[in-house]
Write a protein that binds this ligand. Sequence first.
Ligand SMILES: *Cc1c(COP(=O)(O)O)cnc(C)c1O
Length: 406
Amino acid sequence: MQAKDLVQLAEQFGSPLYVYDAAKIQSQYKRLTDAFSKVEKLRINYAMKALSNVAILQLLRECGSCLDAVSIQEVQLGLHAGYSPDQIFFTPNGVSLEEIEEVSAMGVQINIDNLSILEQFGTKHPNVPVCIRINPHVMAGGNANISVGHIDSKFGISVHQLPHLVRIVENTKMKIVGIHMHTGSDILDIEVFLYAAEILFDAARSFKELEFLDFGSGFKVPYKKDDIETDIEELGNKLSKRFNAFCKEYGKDLTLIFEPGKFLVSEAGYFLAKVNVVKQTTSTVFAGIDSGFNHLIRPMFYGSQHHIENISHPKGKERFYSVVGYICETDTFANNRRISEINEGDILCFKNAGAYCFSMASNYNSRYKPAEALWLNGEGHLIRAQETFEDLLKNQIPLPVETAAV
Ligand SMILES: *Cc1c(COP(=O)(O)O)cnc(C)c1O
């Protein structure tokens, strides 16, 4: 889709607005499945926490995707979007035994990531097939917030606890059908990934009834110019060979599973916001937009860089701007960024706004969450209306009038 389409959508649906390009989601899905075409049984579980709009879930379902859910509410959303229970995996962290039992009773594959719940669940439900999440202790990427496989991580069962894990499985007679790992959101190096995969293969040898191996995600997408992107084709080539060899050794065609979020939806997303005010100070020029970290928290939360373009005047002379929000605290999207000359009323477009953007939005400052639109077959479809004042009041219980007066 083109900049003029985005400008038109901002006019049609107002700002701020999230826009998702369906064709980009479809092509990323195809790229991933093509890269692993040499694997007999491949399954993609879209990590829906990245972007959980029902229309997006429907689109990915049509691509052939299954789902990875991390809460019972995500499971319910997935079912609502038309997925059958057997198309959903439940990969939570730190949730209660009750929630896991409830999801399991719905017919959804559960993935257990600690020995305590494994023992309790296996004792009560020895006949329910279970997947286990292993922590291979592989450090992928440099940001401790998003590297979940290392030694201090709260995720997964340490691979060093394998003997205890096997004992629990033998004692409870539970059936382990899958092994899972998810080493974080930043695989820079394919060799690191392959190294972790070997650890998973090793662990897999301890279980005789496996049906699948789940390699999680961690595919990196470029956010700014010169960013490294995971070479999916090279990973597909190398891991497929290794996986097929392992299946031969294991004596069974296992299913290879990935659960990408960012890879499928990040680059498909655009966030559009209008410039309310251009403010000169002694040290910089601020462009203040009609949004804030209530709508897009990644720059403030993770220090993420989202490329910003002035799509109202893309050809203007470039100047340096600090792009900031309207939230009443420091709310910076970009510092000292070169953007073509900004006038009040211009629409700025933030790239890579598909993953962990709307899904992390809040009502801070009592602002409405923005609308979302899907660009499909050359046309914009509103897939979520902007909130209204009623949404802010919903669930609030005011005091009776007399009490409030005291
Ligand atoms: C968040 C998450 C993913 C998706 O990670 P991306 O970096 O968005 O691809 C996959 N698996 C699990 C278990 C997750 O929690």
